[in-house]
Design a protein around this ligand. Structure first.
Ligand code: AMP
Length: 127
């Protein structure tokens, strides 16, 4: 399995997202619960571009999801996505949820994250 090393935070064994979870670096947080955090992407690719992440730091990508252990968490991520889409006004117009997983997908940060993109018409196929 190809490893994604960019954006790892070797001091803490986590990634840049661990620092956002610990509030050590700023982020524009739009949603927070006990196990989920969502914040605006620093390089938005659409008028609405939010990253929705689990607060646990040991899920590298969709490739390392364990359906038995993570079923509730996955439900919580999708529930958060719908809630954020409503909050940011793109629920009715529609939005895209993306889980980049592994090197060929372009994943840079090895911490499971769901991109929520909306506010413009999306193209298909994606680049
Ligand atoms: P991916 O390419 O799927 O791994 O997506 C990682 C995303 O994280 C990219 O869209 C980056 O723009 C975003 N990103 C990286 N660092 C930060 C940060 N400090 N705050 C918000 N978004 C970030």
């Amino acid at each position: 399995m190809g490893e994604i090393t960019a954006k790892r935070d070797p001091e803490n064994g986590g990634t840049i997202f661990s620092k956002i979870i610990r509030k050590e670096i700023p982020a524009e947080i739009v949603f927070e619960s006990d196990n989920v955090l969502a914040f605006k992407d620093i390089h938005p690719q659409a008028p609405v571009h939010v990253l929705i992440i689990p607060k646990v730091t040991d899920i590298e990508s969709a490739r390392t999801i364990d359906p038995k252990r993570h079923a509730q968490l996955l439900g919580d991520l999708y529930e958060a996505a719908n809630s954020i889409a409503k909050q940011l006004g793109v629920f009715d117009s529609g939005f895209r949820l993306v889980l980049n997983s592994g090197p060929d997908s372009g994943q840079e940060v090895p911490h499971l994250h769901m991109h929520l993109l909306g506010g413009r018409k999306m193209n298909w196929p994606p680049g």
